[in-house]
Structures are given as C-alpha cells and as structure tokens.
Ligand binder design. Structure first.
Ligand code: HEC
Ligand code: HEC
Length: 224
C-alpha cells in the first residue's frame, strides 16, 4: 500500500513537473517580450534624463528615419490617409510597437521587416525623434458630426486615451490621426482580430455602430 502510494506520488510529481514546464514554455515568449521592453525602457529613460544624450538621440533618430520618410513624412506627419502619424506619439508606445511588429504579434508585412532591422539603439533614437515632433491635425470635412463625436469620445474613449486624446506611456495618442487610418484600424479591431491580438480595442470597436464610428473619428482627427 505504502509503495503503491509512493509510486502514485512519484507519478503525480512527474506529471506536475511536466505541467510546470509546459506552462513555463508557453509563457516564455511573453516573458522575453517583457524583458526586452524593460531593457528598451531603461535605455530610453537614461537618454531622457540627460539633455546632451537626448539631443544626440533625436539627431540620430532623424537620420535613421530616412527609411520611414516616404510613408510617415520627414516630421512624422503621414503622407497618406491610411498611414498613421508618428509625430507626438508616446515614446513607450512606439517602442512597444517595434517589438510587436518584429515579433509579429502585430501583423503588417512591411513594418515587421523594417522593425526587425532596427537595433535597440535605433529604436530608442527613432522613438525619441518622432515623439518630439509636432503633429498636424486634420480639419473637419464633416463638421456636423463633431458634437456627437465629442460626446462619444468623452464617454467611451477618454478613460484610456485621455481627455485630450494624447494617451500616456503605452496607451497611444490618437488625437490628430488621419481619418483613413482611424477607420481602417477600428474596422480591423472589429473584423480582423488576428491583426492586433489581445487588445482591449477588440471589445470596444464593435460597440460603435457605423454612425457613432464616423462621428468619433471625425472628432479625433481634428483634436490637437
Ligand atoms: C511603405 C510604407 C511604410 C514605411 C516605409 C514605413 N512605414 Fe511604418 N507603417 C506603415 C503603415 C501602413 C502602418 C500601419 C500598419 C497597420 O495598419 O497596422 C505603419 C505603422 C507604423 C507604426 C505604428 C504606429 C501606430 O500608431 O500604431 C510605427 C511605430 C511605424 N510604422 C514606424 C515606422 C518606422 C520607424 C519606419 C522607418 C524605419 C516606418 N514605419 C516605415 C507604413 C510604412
Ligand atoms: C480600456 C482602455 C481603452 C479604451 C476605453 C479605448 N481604447 Fe483605444 N486603445 C487602447 C489600447 C491599450 C490601445 C493600444 C493598442 C492595442 O492594444 O491595440 C488602443 C489603440 C487604439 C487605436 C489604435 C492607435 C494606433 O495608433 O494604432 C485607436 C484608433 C483607438 N484605440 C481608438 C479608440 C476609440 C475611438 C475609443 C473610444 C470609442 C477607444 N480607443 C477606447 C485602450 C483603450
């Protein structure tokens, strides 16, 4: 009986061990992801706290961003409606997106290829360059939607993206993004969950009906 119990305990232990290993293996990519991000944030903070290092980083970031100008503009104001502005975007959010693109947790072929080729220092410098540029918001093409859009923004979006739409740290600034990008992005949170998985936006976007979505987008695109 005792031997039988011991065998059973041994088996149980082996089983538990395997389960632990399985869970560790499953969570490893996320742990690595978090480690990588926290090391990027440390480099970021060092540069932010030293005016000379910051100036040097912004200059280098601008030089390194020559590959981005064609789509995101020389000052981070996008050249086309479906491409996001990077100007004034939060630096930690930008770093997180590089990581998401290069690990393909956020799916966009061109951006994944580009992000993979940026080393840690490039990423921090580029994030510092874009986050210190000034965004040029759009002007309303359908002003009749603005007051409904503002109400929706305050009740449904401001708790995370801030009253001014500037977000904070890893929460993106959405104020001043082009209408086309906002529309494409909200539609893909609703219809294409694989594009940016595990996002709170997947619960939020589907709750907007077509006219709510058009109104809130109009308002966000003119916010400064
Ligand atoms: C050929 C056009 C193109 C080029 C060149 C390009 N991008 Fe992009 N980028 C895009 C598009 C399109 C998106 C939006 C992807 C999506 O819909 O998810 C994007 C998204 C991004 C985002 C996410 C922004 C957000 O608001 O979430 C960042 C950050 C970014 N690009 C940085 C860069 C950097 C840095 C470079 C240069 C190294 C670069 N991009 C070059 C087209 C481009
Ligand atoms: C519970 C918090 C939360 C609320 C509320 C919220 N968002 Fe978001 N939103 C996020 C987070 C976090 C992201 C970052 C990216 C991701 O996880 O997909 C994001 C990303 C976005 C993006 C993509 C930004 C980019 O640059 O690619 C848009 C557009 C957006 N939200 C619009 C809205 C709108 C419009 C509302 C209100 C109807 C709203 N959000 C409400 C948390 C929130």
């Amino acid at each position: 009986m005792i031997i039988h119990d011991m065998c059973r305990d041994g088996l149980l232990q082996a089983l538990l061990m395997r389960m632990c290993l399985f869970v560790i293996c499953l969570s490893l990519p996320y742990a690595l992801h978090a480690d990588k991000l926290s090391s990027l944030y440390s480099i970021l903070n060092i540069k932010l706290n030293d005016p000379l290092l910051l100036k040097d980083a912004v200059t280098k970031g601008k030089e390194r961003a020559f590959l981005c100008v064609y789509c995101h503009g020389s000052d981070g104001n996008s050249k086309r409606g479906y491409i996001p502005n990077l100007a004034d975007q939060n630096n930690k959010y930008l770093l997180r997106q590089f990581e998401m693109f290069s690990s393909k947790q956020r799916n966009n072929r061109i951006m994944s290829e580009l992000a993979k080729n940026l080393d840690d220092d490039d990423r921090v410098n580029i994030a510092l360059f874009y986050s210190t540029q000034k965004v040029k918001s759009g002007s309303a093409s359908r002003p009749e939607l603005l007051s409904a859009g503002k109400k929706l923004f305050i009740s449904r979006c401001s708790s995370c993206h801030g009253d001014n739409g500037h977000g904070k740290e890893m929460l993106p600034r959405i104020a001043g993004q082009p209408v086309g990008y906002l529309k494409k992005t909200l539609n893909s949170y609703r219809n294409n969950p694989d594009m940016r998985p595990n996002s709170p936006m997947q619960g939020i976007a589907p709750a907007l009906n077509k006219s709510d979505q058009a109104a809130v987008i109009e308002y966000i695109s003119i916010m400064e």
